[in-house]
Design a protein around this ligand. Structure first.
Ligand SMILES: [Fe+2]
Ligand SMILES: [Fe+2]
Length: 291
């Protein structure tokens, strides 16, 4: 089938809107912006440090397949996906600069991710296998961000209790945009005949890399401020991440497993999430559109 004959490759049921979050909004947040707690604050910093280079990689990986897409709706969604991810990159860089100003080795941590992901994308320019693997990893990481986004948007009383309002708004803004574009990379993968088996295999690797990156960042940050050896750090930390009912990585586990079900698509999950109601709390932090 020629590209021109292909229609309805998109399965996204919502419109994808690019909102500009003010990068300066978080610049007055305290060092321990999450309930004055080093573990919780550095857990959010560790995630934020992964985002800029990760999202640049997602953009490159999806754009590498744009010329194989025929559906005008999916083409438009690819554009919005890239614009949203570019905004996330800018705003998380500003948040990471704040951590750097507090003396944390942010640039060093980012440079490790940057080196590996740029190398991966470079290989994709000459190797179809590497190009396909990069897109598969992007689909998997987008599933990760979508299920963590659901956690942020539906359990914020627990996961964000005591969180500085500007950082809370930043994570909610990112979460709702991740929700809007959660099906785009998946649809590009399917539309270009990506293998479902390979995608599940990639998910195991993506999970390993994501958790490893998060753990390395968190360990370095806690080591740097001297709180790594304190029992109080780990007591709240274990509850925050692995708490049986609301742990940051516990509740999303069921959603992670769903990825392996036959016929899975990101939009088969959490159709009940009301994106519109979640936009109200972030309004004060958005840069007004120039008319
Ligand atoms: Fe993002
Ligand atoms: Fe994303």
């Amino acid at each position: 089938m020629g590209v021109a004959e292909v229609i309805n490759q998109s399965n996204t049921p919502v419109s994808i809107e690019v909102r500009k979050f003010d990068p300066q909004a978080t610049q007055n947040a305290p060092e321990y912006f999450h309930g004055n707690d080093p573990f919780k604050s550095h857990f959010m910093n560790a995630l934020s440090i992964l985002f800029p280079e990760g999202e640049r990689f997602f953009i490159r990986s999806v754009l590498a397949y744009r010329d194989q897409i025929g559906d005008p709706k999916l083409l438009s969604e690819i554009k919005e996906f890239c614009a949203q991810e570019a905004q996330h990159t800018l705003v998380h860089e500003a948040m990471n600069d704040l951590a750097a100003r507090h003396g944390y080795p942010v640039e060093k941590l980012e440079s490790w991710v940057r080196r590996d992901l740029r190398r991966f994308s470079k290989r994709g320019k000459t190797s179809p296998w590497a190009r396909r693997a990069a897109l598969a990893m992007t689909v998997c990481m987008e599933h990760f961000t979508a299920i963590l986004a659901y956690q942020v948007l539906t359990d914020s009383e627990v996961t964000a209790k005591g969180l500085d309002p500007s950082v809370k708004a930043l994570f909610e803004w990112h979460a709702l945009e991740e929700t809007e574009h959660k099906g785009v990379a998946f649809d590009v993968y399917q539309a270009t005949n990506g293998s479902a088996f390979f995608l599940r295999f990639a998910m195991l690797w993506a999970t390993l890399f994501f958790l490893l990156g998060l753990f390395v960042n968190l360990t370095v940050l806690l080591f740097k401020d001297g709180s790594i050896g304190k029992w109080s750090t780990w007591k709240t930390g274990i509850q925050f991440v692995f708490g049986p009912r609301h742990g940051f990585l516990v509740r999303p586990f069921k959603d992670w497993l769903a990825f392996f079900k036959p016929g899975f698509h990101p939009w088969k999950q959490h159709k009940d999430l009301d994106i519109e109601s979640n936009t109200q709390s972030i309004g004060a932090y958005l840069v007004p559109a120039v008319s």
